[in-house]
Write a protein that binds this ligand. Structure first.
Ligand SMILES: Nc1ncnc2c1ncn2[C@@H]1O[C@H](COP(=O)(O)OP(=O)(O)O)[C@@H](O)[C@H]1O
Ligand SMILES: [Mg+2]
Length: 349
């Protein structure tokens, strides 16, 4: 009987447009020509995973055994890193054999590209494994993504910056502005979300301000852009401005340049309607998966369907649906700190 053909890679198809990053892609390609392990380092939401997957799709063809994505975000036990890599490579676990030895035995003669995504909570285990792979398998290249370097021997670091920002004063032609990475991401996601969004002379200043206030963080830009479905860009900007005033007591200089994923989610929370926020807070009672009927039994049936739909739309507009929801739910579940403007709302700042 014919043996099933082994897949040559497992990279996911990109479901939203990819914007810019020419310089970072070129840097990554150059580093991988000599380094065996390159770690993309940067805060949550800055675009490490998108960059790693895009680079691996571009470079994967040069690896006869393919390009493989290993998602570590949900792995809690450092002892399971090797098993997770094996599962991603479609390798079967053999109970009697140590998974790391089995993995090293498989990769030692292969030429493949491994993307280890979200290593930050498993730094030591990831570092051990990638250095063992680098030693045993000269044909393997690793792209890791992490908020911090793995500190593995031979690791090269590539810091991932936020998207290129437009200048504050935008007297130039609209066409030039459209080339800017942060603006392009906002315009593309707003267009996809609302179906009718166009950058124009009338809204360009507000769009530039939004992107600049969000420090070019792609996740934050996507979350703001999706609100064009219900708010105009001036309203989005006003809400972000209030948020900054609240965070800094009015002094913009007090804000750290590079915001965290948590802060990005906080901004997006600010952009929800009061009813959507109330629903989100109530969803904290669920710790795992839940169905619409469960939500209705907790929140009542009237309006719940509409609210759940609009909340799902907001979350679906980003690639981080599940993580955003659970991060926000987790922060909702922690006792709310009181803030000057809203004593009831949970806050993560
Ligand atoms: N260059 C890009 N083009 C288009 N979308 C991007 C780009 N970089 C990031 N994004 C989007 O921004 C969000 C956060 O990016 P992600 O790669 O998940 O960040 P990180 O891995 O650093 O947390 C995702 O929804 C992603 O699709
Ligand atoms: Mg990521």
């Amino acid at each position: 009987m014919a043996r099933p053909v082994r897949r040559l890679g497992n990279l996911p198809a990109e479901t939203t447009s990819f914007v810019g990053r020419k310089r970072e892609l070129a840097d990554l390609r150059k580093k991988l020509a000599t380094a065996r392990i390159v770690t993309l380092v940067g805060p949550g939401g800055v675009g490490k995973t998108r960059l790693a997957i895009r680079a691996a799709s571009d470079l994967g063809r040069a690896f006869p055994a393919g390009a493989w994505l290993v998602e570590l975000a949900d792995v809690r036990d450092p002892g399971l890193v090797a098993n997770t890599v094996m599962a991603a490579l479609d390798l079967r676990d053999q109970a009697a054999t140590d998974p790391a030895s089995l993995l090293l035995g498989y990769v030692e003669s292969k030429e493949l590209l491994l993307v280890l995504d979200n290593c930050e909570h498993l730094l030591e285990a990831s570092s051990h494994l990638v250095s063992a792979i680098a030693k045993a398998a000269p044909g393997v290249r690793v792209i890791a993504t992490s908020r911090e370097p793995l500190s593995a021997p031979g690791e090269h670091i590539l810091p991932v910056p936020p998207l290129e920002l437009p200048p504050a004063q935008t007297a130039g032609p609209l066409d030039r502005l459209r080339q800017n990475e942060a603006i392009r991401l906002f315009v593309e996601r707003a267009g996809a979300a609302s179906g009718a969004f166009e950058l124009s002379a009338a809204n360009q200043d507000a769009v530039v301000d939004i992107c600049r206030r969000l420090d070019g963080l792609p996740l934050a830009i996507e979350l703001a852009a999706v609100r064009t479905r219900v708010l105009d860009v001036e309203q989005i900007l006003d809400r972000l401005t209030d948020r900054f005033a609240l965070l800094t007591g009015g002094g913009r200089a007090a804000l750290p340049r590079h915001q965290t994923l948590e802060t990005a989610i906080d901004w997006s929370h600010e952009l929800l309607t009061e009813d959507e926020r109330t629903l989100l807070r109530r969803l904290c009672v669920f710790t795992g998966r839940f169905m619409l009927e469960d939500v209705e039994s907790v929140c009542g049936a009237s309006e719940t369907l509409n609210l759940v739909s609009s909340l799902v739309d907001v979350l679906r507009a980003t690639a981080c649906t599940r993580r955003c929801a659970s991060t926000r739910a987790a922060s909702c579940a922690t006792p709310a700190k009181s803030t000057p403007s809203n004593n009831a709302a949970p806050t993560t700042t």
